[in-house]
Design a binder for this molecule. Sequence first.
Ligand code: PLP
Length: 230
Amino acid sequence: MNQQQLIDNIAKVSSRVRLAAQKSQRKECDIRVLAVSKTRPAEAIRVAAQAGLNEFGENYLQEALDKMADLKDLNLVWHFIGPIQSNKTRAIAEHFQWVHSVDRLKIARRLSEQRPDNLDPLNICLQINLSSEASKSGVAPQQAAELLRGAAELQRIRVRGLMAIPAPTDDEAQQRRNFARLRELLETLKQQMPALDTLSMGMSADLESAIAEGATIVRIGTDLFGARDG
Ligand SMILES: *Cc1c(COP(=O)(O)O)cnc(C)c1O
């Protein structure tokens, strides 16, 4: 992928976001594009940053730390979006501003305890498993309220909302139903915690459906950086 292609892709994704926002009478500025940069070299992130993106999502801790070191001259916002093992929480708490994939209280507690005092509280989303067959990650929707109750008491994290990765489907109506379930769950949980303001949902193939159902962060890899090998 050369620099011009990446710049073109960023423009295309931005116009899809703009159009989807217009269609559902939402403000474009209420929807952020998180550039998912897993498996991409630091140089691609640097080009994307020059082209105006400043939030990047990473799934693999060591890879992310290496790239952060290369890019520390830039003022980027880093989001951890992959599965979290408990022995990785300290480095995540020290180096990221957001974590989208918190699905158990033990992880939330460790992130809170290990968040350095000189940094703002860590923003987190609770990852919800909408289709229990499709993936092992995420808390069941029925268990979300209990997880939120525990996480809400922790001092050094700030629960911002929900994230999900629904089973991929080309059926737009099904995409909408999946994202609607996440939106409805957020609305229910807001009775418990009114400050919740984030729905992290929608990827390259389904960002329009996600925005129609209220996504505030869409996580885009392929349609920005090209197909990943493997
Ligand atoms: C890889 C990944 C994405 C990006 O997916 P694309 O289909 O490449 O846009 C989004 N969210 C998560 C959690 C991912 O792991």
